[in-house]
Design a protein around this ligand. Structure first.
Ligand code: ATP
Ligand code: MG
Length: 333
C-alpha cells in the first residue's frame, strides 16, 4: 500500500456547544478498505459528509489524492464517489435510466455513458433486472443501484455509508462482493458500519468511532489482539453498597464499594493468570493472560470472601468485544 488517497486531520463538526465530530485524524492508503465502525450517533455520517465535501468542517483538513478539499474543491470532489445512507432514486425509472441520469450529471455522454452504466450494473450484479422500474426493487437492490451511481465517474475513493442497513441477505452478499471486486481493481474504500462482522470481513483497517472520537485504529486482528488473553467483566456485590444505608446502618455514598469487594479486586490482581484488574461502579474488569484460569481464580476468591456475582461476561475475541472493552457499551443496544 502506497500514497495516501485520503488524509484527514483534526476534523471537527460543532453545532453550537455540541461536537458531533471531535477532532478525528487518519489516513487511507491507495487500495485500502478502511472501516469506520461505531454505534448510532457516533459521527460516521457527519464525518463522511465532511470528507466528501457535502458541507465544510468547523475545523480541520481533508486532502484527497493530495488535493486540499477546501481549496481545490471541484478537482478533489471528482476523485470521490459517495453512496449516502439515504437513498435518492427516481422510483418510476429503471435502474439503467437512473444511472444514465446520474452519469449525465457527472458529464458522461453517448457510448461512454452507456458502457459505464452497463459495467457498473454488472459490478453490483443487477444486469438481469436493469430495465425494471426501481419501485419494484427490494431495499437491497435499490441500495445497489445507489452504489453503481457512486461509481459512474470512476472515483479513486468510494465512501459507502452503512450500505447494508435494511438489506436482504442476498443483496448484502452482492454488496460485499462488489466492494471486494472494486477494491481488487484499485479503488480505495471508506466503509461505515455498526456491524462488526462486516468490518472484520471487509476492512484492512478499522477505526472504532464513538461519540465523535476515534477510540482505536488498527487492523481487525490487531484490535482483537488488544483484548490479549481475554477480558472478563464481573459484577460484584457484598451487600455493602445497597442503598444509602450500609452494613451497620452507617451512611454510605452510593457506588462506594464495600471492603470485601476491594479484597476481591486485590486478590484477583495478584493472580498469575491476570494481567490487570480494575473496579468501576461495582464492575470488576479483568484483563487476563489466560481467561479460563483467571475465571476459576475469580470464582474461588468471590466464594471465599462471600461476595455475590451479579453479572459475568467473558468478552469474545471479536470487534464487538473490543468495543465493549473500550467503551463499556454494546455496539448495538
Ligand atoms: N444538523 C445537525 N444538527 C445537530 N446535530 C446533528 C446534526 N446532524 C447530526 N447531528 C448529531 O451528530 C451526531 C452524529 O451523527 P451522525 O449522523 O454522524 O451519526 P452516525 O454515526 O452516522 O449514526 P447512524 O449509525 O445512526 O447513522 C449525532 O448525535 C447527531 O444527532
Ligand atoms: Mg449515519
Amino acid at each position: 500500500m502506497s500514497e495516501p488517497v485520503l488524509v484527514v486531520q483534526y476534523l471537527k463538526k460543532k453545532y453550537g456547544d455540541f461536537e458531533a465530530v471531535r477532532g478525528i485524524s487518519f489516513r487511507v492508503s491507495q487500495g485500502e478498505i478502511f472501516g469506520l465502525l461505531g454505534p448510532n450517533g457516533a459521527g460516521k455520517t457527519q464525518s463522511i459528509s465532511m470528507m466528501t465535501g457535502l458541507f465544510p468542517p468547523t475545523s480541520g483538513q481533508v486532502h484527497i489524492c493530495g488535493l486540499d478539499l477546501s481549496q481545490d474543491t471541484n478537482a478533489a470532489k471528482r476523485k470521490v464517489g459517495l453512496v449516502p445512507q439515504e437513498l435518492a432514486l427516481y422510483p418510476t425509472l429503471s435502474a439503467r435510466e437512473n444511472l444514465m441520469f446520474f452519469g449525465r450529471i457527472y458529464g458522461l455522454r453517448g457510448k461512454e455513458l452507456r458502457q459505464r452504466v452497463s459495467a457498473m450494473l454488472e459490478v453490483v450484479q443487477l444486469t438481469d433486472r436493469a430495465d425494471d422500474a426501481v419501485e419494484k426493487y427490494s431495499g437491497g437492490m435499490k441500495r445497489r443501484v445507489n452504489i453503481a451511481a457512486g461509481l459512474l465517474h470512476e472515483p479513486e475513493i468510494l465512501f459507502l455509508d452503512e450500505p447494508t442497513v435494511g438489506v436482504d441477505p442476498q443483496s448484502r452478499n452482492a454488496i460485499f462482493e462488489s466492494v471486494e471486486a472494486l477494491n481488487r481493481t484499485g479503488t480505495s474504500i471508506v466503509y461505515t458500519t455498526h456491524y462488526m462482522e462486516e468490518a472484520e470481513r471487509l476492512c484492512h483497517r478499522v477505526a472504532i468511532i464513538d461519540e465523535g472520537k476515534i477510540i482505536a485504529l488498527d487492523t481487525p486482528s490487531g484490535l482483537i489482539q488488544s483484548l490479549g488473553g481475554g477480558v472478563i467483566q464481573v459484577g460484584l456485590d457484598d451487600g455493602a453498597v445497597q442503598g444509602p444505608l450500609g452494613e451497620f446502618g452507617t451512611e454510605r455514598q452510593a457506588g462506594v464499594p464495600g471492603k470485601r469487594v476491594l479484597q476481591v479486586v486485590e486478590q484477583v490482581s495478584d493472580l498469575a493468570s491476570v494481567k490487570a484488574a480494575s473496579l468501576s461502579d461495582g464492575l470488576l474488569k479483568i484483563e487476563a493472560h489466560r481467561a479460563q484460569e483467571a475465571l476459576i481464580g475469580v470464582l474461588e476468591i468471590t466464594n471465599q470472601l462471600d461476595v455475590r456475582i451479579t453479572m459475568l461476561q467473558i468478552l469474545e475475541p471479536n470487534l464487538e468485544g473490543v468495543f465493549l472493552h473500550l467503551t463499556g457499551k454494546k455496539l448495538r443496544e
